[in-house]
Design a protein around this ligand. Structure first.
Ligand SMILES: Cc1ncc(COP(=O)(O)O)c(C=O)c1O
Length: 373
């Protein structure tokens, strides 16, 4: 019998011995409780400041009484709505409980010990986590100086053992995005034994003419695109995202996904959001772009040098991990939560989500105090 103070010897797979849990950004309530300050600004998890769209809030209310029942396991109404919205076939779509769940399913589907996932680094930590949990090998290439994926360097990391090649664009934590034609040319260079995946969690924030991996799937390329309702659509709490890719990939993922992965409220809210997106997204994205420019200018006025960003956050290098930790602590003391980028591979940097204008202004004023304190 297992002792109550520990696990039976050898219970967890040896491959997991060096894997640490994901560290999320600090919740605002946590900081309120710990520091006893009422007014806390959370610019740490890239959710963005927007509420769910009005039609999504209505759909959430309308769905509540039926929660005695399991959701539609196939999420067919959501697949159909996405198919119509994106101009693809429903058989090319796999919804998931956020991109995070789909990352884990892709890794579970493809990676055994000895297999490789290639990506650039610093980048989104769930890809590294999913690889390590499988006991597989992560191959990393550096980013370009602009914080976007260096696709030439990434291509050099692809070898005979590589199963997945991931392009996160705009990249988290840096915000840099690859160009549309550079992405297509990169995909053309990849050998047939790899599956390229483009993590477009911040797709809606890309400027005009930005890449569109779903469009590449539509053209019949063997690539998977990942998108989410967590960011621009304001549904991070409900956990809903989707993969668009070749139908055989969607079928194969059916084996590793959870039966009732996407809850019924999330499905209803996502469908309603799609229908209302064009009414709200342009204005929302324009606000983020202008606030991002104001935040970058404000940080530069404080002597910092944020990376150019095509997303709803900016990364700022503080010169050393020690200074980043000190500035982060000083911001927290004053009720401003940003995200230390160490877990993403950038220990000397802080990632700052773009919020409402007054939140950004407070962050900048507090950053000024933190830097001089
Ligand atoms: C690049 C990237 N991919 C995926 C995710 C996860 O998104 P979701 O909320 O859909 O799980 C995030 C969230 O921060 C992200 O930054």
């Amino acid at each position: 019998m297992a002792k109550t103070d520990g696990l039976p010897e050898g219970l967890a797979r040896p491959a997991l011995s060096g894997v640490r849990p994901y560290e999320p950004g600090r919740p605002a309530d946590d900081v309120r409780r710990e520091l006893g300050i009422e007014s806390v600004v959370k610019l740490a998890s890239n959710e963005g400041p927007f509420e769910p769209m009005p039609a999504a809030l209505e759909a959430i209310r309308a769905a509540a009484p039926a929660q005695r029942l399991y959701p539609d396991a196939g999420a067919w109404a959501l697949r159909d709505a996405l198919a119509a919205h994106l101009g693809v076939d429903a058989a090319q779509i796999m919804p998931g409980a956020g991109i995070d769940a789909l990352i884990r399913f892709l890794c579970t589907l493809t990676l055994d010990p000895g297999d490789e996932l290639a990506m650039c680094w610093p980048s989104f930590v769930s890809w590294r986590q999913g690889t390590r949990v499988q006991g597989a090998t992560l191959r990393t290439a550096p980013l370009g100086a602009d914080g976007a994926y260096d696709l030439d360097a990434l291509a050099d990391e692809v070898g005979p053992q590589t199963k997945l090649v991931v392009v996160v664009s705009p990249n988290n934590p840096t915000g840099g995005a690859v160009g549309s034609s550079a992405l297509a040319a990169f995909l053309d260079r990849l050998p047939e034994h790899v599956l390229p995946v483009v993590d477009e969690a911040y797709f809606e924030y890309l400027p005009e003419g930005g890449h569109d991996a779903v469009g590449l799937v539509r053209e019949g390329r063997a690539v998977a695109a990942l998108r989410t309702f967590s960011k621009a659509y304001g549904l991070a709490g409900l956990r809903v995202g989707y993969l668009v890719g070749p139908p055989p990939l969607v079928t194969a993922l059916g084996v590793v996904r959870n039966a009732f992965d996407v809850n019924a409220v999330a499905q209803a809210a996502a469908i309603a959001s799609l229908a209302e997106g064009s009414a709200h997204l342009p204005e929302r994205m324009a606000l983020i772009a202008s606030e991002r420019a104001a935040v970058a200018a404000g940080l530069r006025a404080l002597g910092l040098d944020p990376l150019p960003s095509s997303a709803n956050f900016v990364l700022v290098d503080l010169g050393s991990p020690h200074r980043a930790a000190a500035v982060n602590a000083a911001l927290l003391q004053r009720g401003v939560i940003v995200r230390p980028a160490g877990p993403f591979g950038a220990p000397a940097a802080l990632r700052i989500t773009i919020g409402w204008p007054e939140e950004n202004a407070r962050m900048l004023a507090t950053m000024g105090e933190a830097l001089s304190g």
